[in-house]
Design a protein. Structure first.
Length: 253
């Protein structure tokens, strides 16, 4: 479950709620600054859904979901529990055959999908069941296997017009950039941690087996292959065992 935090007006004093007295460029700049100040991809997405409710005209709820080609859905961030229910029917107890979002399939071929009234044609979907009449879905990421989508919701029909769509597309461009940046930072941080962990494990094996650095690293790699364990996980096991009372991670020769 993503880390949760709430964005309030006091957190972003220069971000007025639309449509009263706003300047779009200034509001998007403030939102972008806040997004790029988050620490992890989970934090970025959680900030994005809170900001979407403030930025998009008439938006009452927002969420980010991952949609796989197989049809499986996973909620990544949400402004409130209603959005979790809308994106993941198993939480809301919807009847079989009801689709979580009647138009999401179109997002594989178009970056924006707008639902004007979920009760049109008799409803029969999770949105209408939760009283969410309007939805504005904007694609954040896409590859051959999955989509990442930010969706804003409203309880009144035809809530999102062309202006809301334009603002939404500008906003999600900032979200995508911030999300990419946070992902790269997380990957680099993990790579540095992995390098340090392997270095520590190598040093432990050098002392334990009375061998040089190259021999210790080779021993670590061979043990990783033999035990079918990732090098990082085996290194962590060795370091943890050395600092605690556990056993050896690599058999002595």
């Amino acid at each position: 479950m993503p880390k949760r935090f709430v964005v309030t007006a006091s957190d972003i004093p220069d971000l007025p709620r639309f449509p009263v007295g706003f300047e779009l460029a200034e509001s998007l700049t403030a939102a972008a600054r806040h997004l790029h100040g988050t620490g992890t991809p989970d934090d970025t997405m959680t900030a994005a859904v809170e900001l979407a409710v403030r930025l998009l005209p008439d938006a009452e709820h927002a969420g980010i979901a991952e949609i796989q080609r197989s049809g499986r859905l996973r909620t990544l961030a949400w402004s409130d529990e209603t959005v979790r229910f809308a994106a993941e029917p198993r939480h809301g107890g919807h009847t079989p055959g009801h689709t979580p979002h009647p138009d999401w399939e179109r997002l594989w071929t178009t970056p924006v999908v707008r639902t004007d009234d979920s009760e049109a044609d008799g409803g029969g979907n999770a949105l209408s069941g939760l009283g969410l009449r309007s939805a504005l879905s904007l694609r954040l990421r896409a590859d051959r296997r999955r989509l990442t989508v930010l969706t804003a919701y409203a309880r009144k029909p035809q809530a999102f017009d062309e202006e809301a769509t334009r603002i939404g597309r500008l906003f999600t461009a900032h979200v995508s950039l911030a999300l990419d940046s946070a992902t790269v930072r997380e990957q680099l941080t993990e790579a540095m941690r992995t390098r340090d962990l392997i270095g520590q494990a190598t040093g432990i094996l050098m002392e334990r087996l009375d061998i040089d650095a190259a021999g210790a690293f080779e021993s670590l790699v061979k043990a990783s292959q033999r035990e079918n364990v990732k090098l990082r996980d085996l290194a962590r096991r060795i370091v943890d065992a050395n600092t605690g009372s556990g056993g050896r991670g690599v058999n002595e020769r």
